[in-house]
Design a protein around this ligand. Structure first.
Ligand SMILES: Nc1nc2c(ncn2[C@@H]2O[C@H](COP(=O)(O)OP(=O)(O)OP(=O)(O)O)[C@@H](O)[C@H]2O)c(=O)[nH]1
Ligand SMILES: [Mg+2]
Length: 212
């Protein structure tokens, strides 16, 4: 499929709803892709770069900015992007952490329309505890995983590529060819085509379901 005949237009993304728990999520039909990762990793910025809309998902220098599950509609009915709350921010009160963890877990376990997870990691600090947990979760549930090594602008090309290669080896051992990885920079807008091609392959499952 060439870029011109791709029916999914990420730049048409619109805010749909924020959910505090599973029962507030939109109807579980169609197809969606969730952006997960540690607090401050760059999830919301990656969504904004992908959709070419700097105001779509709220970003912040303060970790813990995204506290709800935020859903964005695409141009085709039933296709959605999901911005998950950041994980692992130490300063968040325990009760709130437990609340997120419970609802994030429920979302990941029970969401039928979830067709893939984009795990966003700061390329300078990859594979922390939460990241490993997500990798294991994807292995157990067989939900496909795409790893975005973001903030690549913070490293020179050589170190960025060697991080990519090392992680590719490590992750392929765990997940086989179910996992894909790339470098990315929201700041420099690099890696957007690779990301959108991966999302197309997941979300297009939702198009055929709707048309059936
Ligand atoms: N240099 C650089 N900075 C980035 C990049 N992506 C995000 N940032 C910065 O990293 C910080 C966190 O970005 P967010 O997109 O808000 O991170 P998040 O993962 O959504 O954070 P939470 O919502 O708190 O979980 C902000 O100051 C961004 O400007 C990038 O590609 N390059
Ligand atoms: Mg965010």
């Amino acid at each position: 499929m060439t870029a011109n005949d791709n029916p999914i237009h990420y730049n048409a993304a619109r805010f749909l709803i924020s959910a505090d728990k599973l029962s507030q999520c939109p109807e579980d039909s169609g197809a969606e892709v969730a952006f997960a990762g540690r607090s401050n990793a760059g999830k919301s910025s990656a969504i904004n770069a992908l959709t070419n809309n700097g105001k779509l998902a709220r970003t912040s220098k303060t970790p813990g900015r995204t506290q709800l599950i935020n859903f964005f509609d695409l141009n085709i009915e039933g296709l959605r992007l999901v911005d998950l709350p950041g994980y692992g921010y130490a300063k968040v009160p325990i009760a709130m952490k437990e609340h997120w963890q419970k609802h994030l877990d429920q979302y990941l376990q029970q969401r039928f329309s979830l067709k893939g997870v984009v795990l966003v990691m700061d390329i300078r600090h990859p594979m922390k505890e939460f990241d490993l947990m997500m990798v294991e979760w994807c292995k157990a549930t067989q939900v496909p995983l795409h790893i975005l090594l973001t903030k690549a602008d913070k490293l020179k090309r050589g170190p960025a590529q060697s991080t990519l290669l090392t992680l590719r080896k490590e992750l392929t051992q765990i997940l086989g060819d179910k996992v894909t990885l790339q470098t990315f920079s929201a700041l420099k807008r690099s890696g957007i085509d690779t990301l959108s091609q991966r999302l197309d392959s997941w979300l297009s499952q939702g198009i055929s379901q709707i048309e059936e």
